[in-house]
Design a protein around this ligand. Structure first.
Ligand code: NAG
Ligand code: NAG
Ligand code: NAG
Ligand code: NAG
Ligand code: NAG
Ligand code: NAG
Ligand code: NAG
Ligand code: NAG
Ligand code: NAG
Ligand code: NAG
Ligand code: NAG
Length: 438
């Protein structure tokens, strides 16, 4: 194994210079503070902020009314302080949904208030169960210029009831997201807190030009599948200055599932993540996949801090996925109390059905990690490929560890896990600051 690593080091270095991209990744400041010429308050439509009255009709009526201003510069729906219980509602183009300080939108705890919609074509079925899926609490489709923002108001999915249905296997359809925007462009989600999503929290799918900035996303560490932000078959996405602590992946970049994702063929591309702090205990800080069949490329992540986290960065894929994950550049990652810093898992073997093509192998290439440092990392790298597939040009410039109680632990663990990996091209540490753990 040592010999393999030495030989491949040269290969990976060779390809590195041809694609590494440098430069600032700040989100372009499109105007989230945009003045909308028309504004209404949700109470004008009969909403009651007592945490008990169901306000779905009020939200729907307000938004229906505001639709007449879409071609007149757009409109703002103001949600004042209060607890506004609602079922799922649809957004429209040229809308700002504004949650004031102490405004809380609460998701209904009755599954009938979350209607069932078609599965995504790139998944072929619901992610959890065959058939449709419950529509997200806040939903938008075919939209342009949508802003969800405010003065740190809260959107709380009250997901515990869904987690219980999941655990007791009494769901009839796949659980809903808290916010889903589909086939939309010019989306800003900022300055808010998102709590207790039933399933993934913020899900832009088939979207372009999405900015998620300065949001807090929280769910209990043991809540099932409560991913933070999952850009899915979306491009030109910027995620900046977020704090996320949930039960699963904090950010997961996806692009469809097996033969359905391959056929739909819409990649996730040009995504930047900058200034992310978070933790979890079952999931990853930043994950790629496992659904990546439409391809994932040009992803930059920097200035990341994860503490008390199970896996920091994880690439999940499987036989049958097809697609690719390439040109991924991750730098300036600080870790504290992390089980595994970098993980590749080539046998993440959930499939939508038995019709996937086992010969559809993912291409994993040109992945760099630079300046990954940490305290108390149990395993620096755990890398498992796919028999007969190559993961090419994986370059880890610096992974260093401070204050490690047992500096050989990561090394040993890796060698144990590496046995049985076929044909994985791997470059380990080029520069060793103190102890290099791969
Ligand atoms: C996406 O939205 C555009 C504009 O609203 C529409 O023309 C197109 O058909 C939509 N595509 C899908 C797949 O929904
Ligand atoms: C979005 O566009 C698709 C494709 O044109 C259409 O089938 C669908 O009804 C539209 N949905 C909405 C909510 O506009
Ligand atoms: C982040 O959002 C809070 C309100 O949620 C606001 O007070 C603060 O100014 C925002 N910070 C930035 C950098 O936008
Ligand atoms: C926003 O509210 C959340 C939850 O109450 C809190 O954790 C967070 O610190 C607040 N953010 C700001 C910028 O005030
Ligand atoms: C599933 O369907 C059954 C039968 O219609 C219904 O009683 C139950 O409430 C549904 N479960 C959920 C979580 O919606
Ligand atoms: C967040 O809030 C701050 C303070 O009000 C404001 O300056 C900033 O533009 C907001 N950012 C976004 C992206 O909405
Ligand atoms: C972690 O997530 C997996 C997959 O969802 C689940 O099987 C397992 O029970 C979870 N573990 C904990 C401790 O929540
Ligand atoms: C990448 O996305 C950003 C928005 O986040 C956009 O400003 C930029 O032009 C895009 N770059 C390319 C090469 O498409
Ligand atoms: C690295 O990221 C941290 C946040 O985790 C930030 O405070 C620091 O300024 C970044 N360093 C550089 C050189 O950008
Ligand atoms: C780390 O997580 C464990 C359980 O997941 C918790 O008991 C502990 O308090 C956490 N420590 C810190 C520093 O957050
Ligand atoms: C992949 O995972 C599946 C299900 O966990 C298991 O049955 C199979 O043996 C694994 N294959 C390899 C090559 O590890």
């Amino acid at each position: 194994m040592e010999q393999l690593v030495d030989v491949l080091l040269v290969l990976a270095l060779f390809s590195y210079t041809t694609w590494a991209v440098k430069g600032s990744l700040h989100c372009k400041q499109t105007n989230s503070g945009k003045i909308r010429p028309h504004s209404v308050t949700i109470t004008e439509f009969g909403a009651v902020g007592d945490g008990v009255t169901l306000n779905t009709k009020a939200f729907q009526n307000a938004i229906f009314y505001l639709n007449s201003f879409a071609d007149k510069g757009g409109a703002k729906l103001f949600v004042p302080a209060g607890r506004w219980l609602t079922g799922s509602f649809d957004l429209i183009s040229h809308l700002t949904l504004w949650l004031d300080k102490d405004a809380v939108i609460l998701g209904s705890m009755n599954s009938d208030d979350w209607p069932v919609v078609d599965p995504l074509p790139s998944y072929g079925r619901g992610r959890e169960l065959p058939g449709g899926r419950h529509r997200s609490l806040i939903y938008g489709r075919n939209l342009t210029d949508v802003i969800i923002t405010g003065d740190n108001g809260t959107i709380d999915g009250q997901g515990s009831i869904w987690w219980n249905w999941f655990r007791s296997e009494t769901l009839n359809y796949t659980r809903p997201h808290l916010v889903e925007l589909m086939n939309s462009t010019g989306v800003i989600i900022s300055n808010l807190t998102f709590l207790n999503s039933p399933f993934w929290t913020i899900h832009p799918v088939y979207c372009s030009h999405v900015r998620v900035q300065n949001v807090t996303i929280l769910a209990p560490l043991d809540s099932p599948n409560t991913d933070g932000i999952d850009p899915d078959s979306s491009d030109d996405v910027c995620i900046e200055d977020c704090y996320i602590s949930t039960g699963d992946d904090l950010i997961a970049i996806k692009s469809g599932w097996d033969e359905y994702g391959i056929a739909y063929g819409r990649p996730s591309r040009n995504i930047s993540i900058r200034g992310l702090t978070g933790h979890n205990r079952n999931g990853s800080g930043i994950a790629f996949g496992s659904e990546m069949s439409g391809g994932v490329s040009e992803i930059h992540a920097e200035n990341i801090y994860f503490f008390n986290t199970s896996t920091a960065i994880k690439f999940k894929t499987a036989r049958g996925r097809g697609g690719y994950v390439r040109n991924i550049h991750i730098s300036n990652v600080t870790l504290s109390d992390v089980d595994i810093a970098i993980r590749f898992e080539g046998n993440f073997s959930q499939h939508p059905d038995e019709f996937y093509d086992p010969n559809a192998l993912p291409v994993i290439e040109r992945i760099t990690f630079k300046d990954v440092i940490g305290d108390n990392i149990k395993v620096a790298g755990l890398l498992k490929g796919i028999e007969g597939d190559s993961f090419l040009g994986i370059l880890i410039l610096v992974v260093s560890q401070r204050n490690s109680p047992s500096p050989r632990q990561g090394y040993d663990a890796r060698h144990k896990k590496l046995s049985g990996v076929a044909d994985m091209l791997l470059l380990t540490c080029e520069i060793v600051l103190r102890d290099c753990f791969l």
